[in-house]
Design a protein around this ligand. Structure first.
Ligand SMILES: [Zn+2]
Length: 151
């Protein structure tokens, strides 16, 4: 059984692998994480030092504060890592090939959690007619996204 976890950015220029078990999986609602991900929160999981290897390319880094730097793909912009200088690097859960295997177990940064966050899962979905139009658009799409596996 494969205990490792692989992932990478959307264009495939940067790929990583973590051997063995991952650490804590979280979502962070803080304003810096919202901005860094261009999203409502940051989903991050810790990768113990020595267990993480960049198997293709390496991220570029932005020092978002005096204590933290954030890694991203300089070609496609995918947020990839959060490094606070500790014994483990945090990796973006959504960048893993199989994010379904990494359910968050805690949420932090609650002071900036958006007021409507808890209602997201209850949002309405497309009507069958709207879905049919969307399916038409996507029927002949040609993806340039890296596949969710090492080639
Ligand atoms: Zn990329």
């Amino acid at each position: 059984m494969d205990e490792g976890h692989s992932g990478g950015c959307q264009c495939g220029r940067v790929r990583f692998r973590v051997e063995g078990a991952l650490g804590r999986a979280s979502i962070c609602h803080c304003r810096m994480c919202q901005k860094a991900f261009g999203s409502f929160f940051a989903p991050l999981v810790s990768a113990p030092a020595g267990h993480l290897s960049w198997t293709r390319g390496e991220p570029a880094w932005f020092h978002s504060s005096n204590k933290v730097r954030r890694g991203f793909c300089s070609a496609c912009g995918t947020p990839l890592a959060y490094d606070w200088g500790g014994p483990a690097l945090e990796l973006s859960i959504g960048a893993f090939d199989e994010p379904e295997r990494i359910p968050p177990t805690i949420q932090v940064g609650l002071e900036h959690r958006l007021s409507w966050f808890s209602r997201l899962a209850g949002l309405p979905t497309r009507t069958p007619e709207e879905q049919a139009r969307a399916d038409g658009f996507f029927a002949d799409i040609v993806s340039r996204q890296h596949p969710d596996h090492d080639t």
